[in-house]
Design a protein around this ligand. Structure first.
Ligand SMILES: [Zn+2]
Length: 269
């Protein structure tokens, strides 16, 4: 049996005002001396993770869709987060294709949460036999509002799909644990993968946007559903990372993502 491997799929970047990701005095929040300085636009990178284990293959998150400009139109998000820093081979379908992985090969597609930039391609896996998984609280929230969208939840991404839900920290495959990390949304999860050579890796998704958010001290973002839960989740992740000496991979950190081994050439084992 081949040992577990982690492939990081770099799906390019949205462009956005950095204040969406980081409310940091001196950087995004200006002193009066800097009142006329223009806002800082940031390459809000988006990634997915393919985890191959001897007992099954799992995809973590599905990034943004190719038709983002029309699909996001009802929400207005295409103006704030244009998915415009992406090459043709960076879209999720192309990234999987370059690894020779067809949607039918996947046993699990796990969504860290159901925001538009994480659930954008989950419909690609409907009817493939892959089990679609999210947190129970995320399902409740994402299907529980009236109308087509609510903030960054967009029903067009996931309506009509059947999700299996998890609650509590859940080992979904040997050495692959889904970590409850609410706050960004009610059912946000992180994922911890234990690897024989690399050691442990924790993929935070939007529980922690970037290295600057992690601190310490933790720095929140503009989109937080429950701020006190968010702080609790960051410290939970920090505790787990310290215990397991894990490498922590943030949800939207351009500099970090670009410094990592990325598919199809590199992987972690
Ligand atoms: Zn999000």
């Amino acid at each position: 049996m081949a040992p577990t491997k982690v492939h990081v799929l770099d799906c390019g970047a949205m462009s956005c005002d950095l204040s969406w990701l980081l409310l940091k005095p001196g950087r995004t929040m200006r002193s009066r001396a800097d009142r006329d300085r223009p806002v800082e636009w940031y390459p809000c990178t988006t990634h997915a993770v393919l985890v191959e284990t001897p007992e099954g293959t799992l995809l973590w998150d599905t990034s943004c869709p190719r038709d983002w400009e029309t699909r996001w139109e009802p929400t207005g998000l295409q103006e704030f987060f244009p998915y415009d820093q992406v090459s043709d081979d960076q879209y999720l379908d192309a990234q999987l294709g370059r690894l020779g992985v067809s949607p039918e090969r996947l046993d699990y597609v796990v969504l860290s949460h159901l925001h538009f930039d994480h659930a954008g391609n989950v419909n690609m896996f409907a009817g493939t036999g892959a089990r679609l998984v999210c947190h129970a609280e995320e399902q409740k929230w994402a299907f529980g509002y009236e109308g087509a969208f609510n903030g960054a939840h967009l029903k067009a991404d996931y309506e009509g799909l059947d999700f299996e839900t998890v609650s509590g920290d859940t080992e979904i495959l040997p050495g692959v644990t889904l970590i409850e990390a609410p706050g960004h949304t009610p059912g946000t999860m992180a994922m911890k993968v234990d690897l024989p050579e690399t050691g442990s890796m924790i993929f935070t998704s939007d529980a922690v946007y970037m290295g600057d958010s992690y601190g310490p001290p933790a720095i929140p973002a503009a989109i937080v559903n429950d701020l006190s839960a968010w702080y609790g989740s960051v410290e939970k992740i920090r505790g787990l990372a310290e215990q397991s000496n894990a490498q922590v991979v943030f949800g939207h950190d351009a500099e970090q993502l670009r410094s990592m081994r990325r598919a199809p050439d590199g992987y972690y084992s």
